[in-house]
Write a protein that binds this ligand. Structure first.
Ligand SMILES: [Zn+2]
Length: 199
């Protein structure tokens, strides 16, 4: 998922015209608050990435260890992708918003706190997913708001390709394939907004 300032959905067509203005006005405030949160959070550099312990309820040492294990998997089994990530992504933080996402202003991947409790391969594939959002955005593909399901399909497909390179990853690959088949394509076919990426 890509975060471009989340706003409450508006049902009335006329008010929808105000949403771009609303986003433009809110964006600097949201970014300033995120910067403040980052500056106050414990941080560490892990394999070249700044990792911010932005969840006060989290064991920061555990976060750094898990992040290192996940980044190490990407570095060892997909070094080209890892090198791209170092250019596209500034760092990693934690969110309690219920889904992982990439922040385009801060160039940060926010991992949902539930993801940190998963195994390293799952954390790594989630980082890969969000890093693809980063790659798309920084390549000038900024149509997420208009066609989110297409972006999610691309990112999940890249996750599958990455997961396939990991040893003993059959279960993870199958889980991702099911997500790709049932979630994004299903949502697109029904013309509904996709659910947030998996926590
Ligand atoms: Zn996504």
């Amino acid at each position: 998922m890509v975060s471009l300032v989340t706003t409450t959905p508006v049902r009335w067509g006329r008010l929808k015209l105000l949403l771009p203005l609303q986003r433009a006005l809110l964006r600097p405030i949201v970014t300033a608050l995120a910067y403040a949160e980052m500056s106050l959070a414990p941080r560490s550099t892990v394999l070249g990435f700044s990792v911010f312990c932005t969840d006060v309820g989290m064991n920061c040492g555990d976060l750094m260890t898990k992040t290192r294990e996940a980044l190490d998997l990407i570095c060892r089994f997909d070094p080209r992708r890892f090198n791209r990530m170092t250019r596209d992504v500034r760092g990693i933080a934690v969110t309690t918003r219920g889904a992982s996402f990439y922040d385009t202003s801060l160039r940060l991947i926010y991992l949902d706190r539930a993801v940190i409790g998963e195994k390293p391969d799952y954390i790594a594939s989630t980082i890969v997913h969000e890093a693809v959002h980063a790659r798309l955005y920084r390549s000038g593909v900024r149509s997420y708001v208009r066609i989110p399901h297409r972006h999610e399909e691309v990112c999940t497909a890249e996750e599958i390709e990455f997961a396939g390179k990991l040893p003993q990853s059959e279960a993870l690959v199958e889980e991702l394939k099911r997500a790709l088949a049932s979630r994004w394509r299903g949502c697109a076919a029904m013309g509904r907004s996709p659910a947030p990426p998996r926590p």
